[in-house]
Design a protein around this ligand. Structure first.
Ligand code: F0G
Length: 463
């Protein structure tokens, strides 16, 4: 009998090319953080050691994707790489029509402009920053219809991304289906902690929408991770492939906006994909105004080729098992030290609960912004605020929105860091947690007009 009772997973790749990382001193970081106005978005990446700001555009491409870059067909129109991407999107997501865009928000812009009219309401399973802003700029009002558990970092609900059918039905009854251009469903839900929607929930949303003649548009940015979490958590899916689950998930919707910079393992790119020929016709006409010809949408041919190839790699079960496995490894190690994190562990990141770190800080003192700065000061690891700063101001009252979730995201780029980098991260977060009582918070010294978390500046509260 072997003494080994279980077998580990390992990354289904080996490393062919490396990029050096530089360690810095605490005094260097103190200056860099002050120069950046205590906003991790404003740091120079040269001053960062391990960069967990985002998983967006930060993936390592494969040798096969790089080979595809050399096969870029840079024709102004009708590039062969567009047709390759179109074929793969049809195969794996199942939508008929494809409009490439420079990234996800380009697709959100087109969809919002085409379908939303002033005075309309757009229900969604929690807001995402750019998605909601495009809905608002088109005259719509976003209405959160996610289940209550999503707003509770401690709830262990396995599908905290689920739509609350009662809330959705209530909105339909209150404003009428004519005032709802579509239901906006994200899979997974970034701001809730990378939490998935279940297939069962999607089927129910579909049948509710069918009863009222409503369309559903998916934010498919991390839908492959969602498909994996369905496979792991939902009864009846363990033996199905991720590709198969993804296809079924998409079949319950009318189209999607996509940031290829996440699931699809590329540094730039996105698309709008859909089944409705009339919406497609409008999008095809509008994309020319804002992005570029409908066969490149702001992308080089080589970028479309890298995305077409990345898609095939992204839906492989062993890839996604290792990708989400790394996130789980980091989360489980933090839990060994009783660090407050959003649970269950989601698909792309660990979300630290800044309220659990700094219960003595009012939300006006920006606890999550403070925590992200403290982690950087300790180790040079960069993370992202996902709390009151990200939530922005209420359009009508101009006051801060006070989200229940006050989080810091440690986002894992795909295929980039090793387990040792994650161990270093755990040590830094635990150190910052153990020194939590000393921290006094930040105040805001500059606030830009749109998506303020990107560029706002802060200074430490003294005294
Ligand atoms: N939808 C979701 C769920 C996202 O996470 C993002 C981007 C977008 C849409 C917009 O896509 O950046 O390609 O324009 N999220 C990044 C992040 C910025 O760090 O989570 P984009």
């Amino acid at each position: 009998m072997s003494r080994i009772t279980r077998r580990s997973w390992a990354e289904p790749y080996k490393i062919k090319m490396v990029e050096p990382l530089l360690r810095t001193t605490r005094s260097h970081r103190a200056k860099a953080m002050a120069d950046a106005g205590y906003n991790t978005f404003l740091l120079h990446s040269d001053d960062v050691y391990i960069d967990l700001l985002t998983d967006s555009g930060t993936s390592a491409m494969s040798d096969n994707q790089w080979a595809g870059m050399m096969l870029g067909d840079e024709a102004y129109s009708g590039s062969r790489n567009f047709y390759h991407l179109e074929e793969n999107v049809r195969q794996y997501y199942g939508y008929k029509y494809l409009i490439p865009t420079h990234q996800g928000r380009g697709a959100e812009h087109l969809l919002s402009r085409i379908l939303i009219r002033p005075g309309m309401f757009v229900p969604g399973n929690m807001y995402f920053t750019t998605t909601r802003l495009h809905q608002e700029l088109a005259g719509g009002t976003f209405v959160d219809v996610i289940i209550d558990e999503a707003h509770d970092p401690a709830s262990l609900h396995p599908f905290k991304g689920n739509v609350d059918l009662g809330k959705l039905e209530d909105l339909i009854r209150r404003v009428g289906p004519d005032k709802i251009p579509y239901v906006s469903v994200a899979a997974t839900v970034n701001m809730a902690g990378g939490q998935p929607v279940s297939m069962e929930n999607m089927r129910e949303v579909r049948s509710l929408c069918d009863r009222h003649g409503l369309k559903i548009y998916l934010d498919a940015t991390r839908a492959i991770e969602n498909a994996w979490l369905i496979k792991c958590r939902e009864e009846g899916f363990a033996h199905r492939s991720v590709a198969d689950i993804l296809r079924e998930l998409c079949s319950l919707t009318d189209g999607c906006t996509m940031s290829g910079k996440k699931d699809l393992l590329v540094n730039i790119g996105g698309f709008l994909a859909l089944n409705d020929p009339a919406v497609f016709e409008e999008a095809r006409s509008l994309v020319v105004v804002y992005e570029g010809m409908h066969t490149y949408g702001g992308l080089a041919g080589r970028d479309m080729e890298a995305m077409a190839r990345g898609l095939v790699e992204a839906v492989q079960d062993d890839h996604i098992a290792a990708r989400v496995g790394q996130v789980e490894y980091l989360g489980n190690r933090l839990l060994e030290y009783d660090i407050p994190i959003v649970r269950p562990i989601g698909g792309h990141a660990i979300f630290l609960d800044a309220r659990g770190f700094y219960p003595h800080l009012e939300q006006d003192l920006f606890p999550a912004q403070t925590l992200a700065a403290e982690i950087y000061l300790d180790s040079g690891i960069r993370s992202m605020e996902r709390g009151i700063v990200s939530a922005g101001r209420d359009e009508k009252t101009g006051q801060h929105r006070y989200p229940r979730l006050e989080l810091v995201r440690l986002t894992i780029p795909r295929r980039v860091y090793t387990q040792a980098h994650l161990d270093v991260t755990v040590e830094s977060v635990v150190t910052v947690f153990d020194e939590r009582h000393k921290v006094k918070g930040l105040h805001m010294t500059f606030e830009p007009k749109y998506l303020r978390f990107f560029q706002s500046r802060f200074a430490p509260v003294s005294g």
